[in-house]
Design a protein around this ligand. Structure first.
Ligand code: PLP
Length: 426
C-alpha cells in the first residue's frame, strides 16, 4: 500500500506527517542549496546552530517554556537514558547543596571532615521518590535502584496495589507516601504500554510561591508531550524521547530548571562522589556540559533535531492557540475512539479504569464471542485490510493499542471509530 492509504497507530516510533518527511528527505540530499545534506554538514556549522536554536525557540513558544528559567537540551540516549540522567544530576545537585550547607557552617572545611559529614547526611537523608503507575515509571524506579541501591529509593505508590495486581489506575493522592525533602519526585505523565495517563498535574506536587522546600518534580512526558498544556513551572525536569509526538528516534529533550545547573549548582567533583560512595555520571549523562555547549558537547544528530523542528513549525502554523489547539483535537480523537468502544461493552473492554484512560494510547481487548484470541486476530486482520495498522498491543498487556499521537488526523481517528463500530456489529 502507499502512505496515503495507511493510518499507522503504532506506539513509537510513530508516524510522521508526510510533508515533514518530504522536506526532510530533500534536506538529507541538499540542505538549503548548499550541495551538502543536513546529516553531512558539521554540527559546528551555523546551519546546525540555527536548527537547534529554532527548534528550542519553537518548542518554548508552543509550550510556554520560559527560557530564562529553563534550559532546553537535546540528549542522546533516548527516554531510557533520561531515567539514569535524572538520578545522576539530581543526586549531584543534592550533594552539592549539602556541601554548600556544610561550608556555610565551617569555612575551609578539611576534605576528610566534609566526606564524613556527607556520608552521614546520605545515610540519614538521601531519598528519591518514585510514583509507579505503569511499566515505564517502573523501569525508571528500577534504574534508580540499580544506580544507587534500594535504601535510597522510595516507592511513593505502586498503582498495582490498588488494582488487583495490575496497572490501570491512578491511585488517590491521599495514599501516596512522599519523603521529606526528596532529591527528586518522579512520575510518568502517560504510560505508553498500559494506556494510563494522569488526568491532570498531581496537586500534591504543586509548587507554592516563595517556598524553599518545594518538591523537585521530574516528569517523563515521552508519549504525551505537545498534546496538552504542561504546568512547566511546577517541574524541575521534564523529559521526552522525540519519537512519538515530536519527531524521529535519536534525540530526547530534557527541559531542565537552570537552578540545577552551574553557576547556581555545580556538579560535585568526581573524587568527592567516589569517596562518599555515590556514582559519577558518564559525561554524556551530565546536563551541565550539554547545557554549556548548547547541546553540542559532542556530535549530535542534527537531522533528528531538524525533523523535530519541522514538526513544531507545522504545529505552530496549524494552531494559533498553540498547544491548546492540539489538545482539543487530541481530546476529540480520543473521545471518538473510546466512545465507539464503550458503545459495545459485550465486544470490547477498555483496559484501564475510566479516570485514568490515556488520550494517547488506547488499550482495549476484543472479547466478542468469548474467544478473545480469535476475536483479536480477526480484528487486526480486518483493520489491516482497511489500512488501519499498528494496532497490536504491547506483549506485556496483550490486546489492542491504538496510539493516538499528534500525527493521527481526525479523519484517521474517525476511520478507526467507524471500524470499531462496524466490527462489533458484524
Ligand atoms: N518513557 C516512555 C513513556 C516511553 O513510552 C518510552 C518508550 O516507548 C520510554 C520512556 C523509553 O524511550 P526510549 O526507547 O527512547 O529509551
Amino acid at each position: 500500500p502507499s502512505r496515503s492509504e495507511i493510518t499507522y497507530f503504532g506506539a513509537g516510533p510513530a508516524a510522521l506527517p508526510t510533508d515533514v518527511l518530504e522536506t526532510a528527505a530533500k534536506a538529507l540530499v541538499d540542505y538549503n542549496g548548499t550541495g551538502l545534506g543536513i546529516a553531512e554538514h558539521s554540527h559546528r556549522s551555523q546551519y546546525a546552530t540555527d536548527i537547534i536554536n529554532n527548534a528550542k525557540n519553537d518548542l518554548a513558544s508552543y509550550l510556554d517554556i520560559d527560557q530564562s528559567v529553563y534550559d532546553i537540551l537535546f540528549m542522546q540516549a533516548g527516554g531510557t537514558g533520561e531515567f539514569s540522567a535524572v538520578v545522576y544530576n539530581l543526586v549531584g545537585a543534592w550533594v552539592q547543596n549539602k556541601i554548600f550547607e556544610a561550608s556555610k557552617e565551617v569555612t575551609d572545611i578539611p576534605q576528610d571532615e566534609l566526606v564524613r559529614r556527607l556520608k552521614e547526611k546520605i545515610a540519614n537523608e538521601l531519598k528519591l521518590d518514585y510514583i509507579v503507575t505503569g511499566s515505564w515509571s517502573l523501569k525508571a524506579y528500577e534504574e534508580a535502584i540499580r544506580l544507587l541501591g534500594k535504601e535510597y529509593v522510595n516507592l511513593v505508590v505502586d498503582a498495582r496495589e490498588h488494582n488487583n495486581g495490575k496497572f490501570g489506575v491512578i491511585p488517590d493522592e491521599s495514599t501516596w507516601k512522599l519523603s521529606e525533602n526528596a532529591a527528586l519526585v518522579y512520575y510518568c505523565d502517560n504510560e505508553t504500554v498500559d494506556g494510563v495517563e494522569f488526568p491532570a498535574f498531581p496537586e500534591i506536587l504543586r509548587s507554592k510561591p516563595d517556598s524553599d522546600s518545594n518538591p523537585i518534580v521530574v516528569a517523563d512526558m515521552s508519549s504525551n508531550i505537545l498534546s496538552r498544556r504542561v504546568p512547566v513551572n511546577d517541574h524541575s525536569i521534564i523529559f521526552f524521547g522525540a519519537q512519538k509526538n515530536l519527531g524521529s528516534a535519536g534525540v530526547a529533550v530534557a527541559v531542565v530548571k537552570k537552578t540545577f545547573l552551574p553557576p547556581v549548582t555545580p556538579q560535585p567533583q568526581p573524587d568527592i562522589m567516589r569517596k562518599i560512595g555515590l556514582p559519577v555520571p558518564p559525561i554524556m549523562m551530565e546536563y551541565a556540559p550539554i547545557a554549556k555547549n548548547n547541546s553540542l558537547y559532542n556530535t549530535l544528530s542534527i537531522f533528528d533535531v531538524f525533523i523535530a523542528g519541522q514538526v513544531l513549525k507545522k504545529l505552530l502554523a496549524t494552531y494559533p492557540d498553540k498547544v491548546d489547539g492540539q489538545r482539543k483535537v487530541a481530546e476529540q480523537k480520543a473521545q471518538l475512539i473510546y466512545g465507539a468502544l464503550d458503545k459495545f461493552p459485550d465486544v470490547y473492554k477498555v483496559v484501564p479504569s475510566k479516570g485514568a484512560r490515556s488520550r494517547m494510547n488506547i488499550c482495549f481487548r476484543v472479547i466478542k464471542n468469548g474467544d478473545v484470541d480469535a476475536a483479536e486476530k480477526e480484528f487486526l486482520a480486518q483493520a489491516t485490510k482497511l489500512g488501519l495498522t499498528g494496532l497490536k498491543g504491547h506483549r506485556s498487556v496483550g490486546g489492542m493499542r491504538a496510539s493516538n499521537y499528534n500525527s493521527i488526523s481526525l479523519e484517521g481517528a474517525q476511520k478507526l471509530a467507524k471500524f470499531i463500530a462496524d466490527f462489533a456489529q458484524s
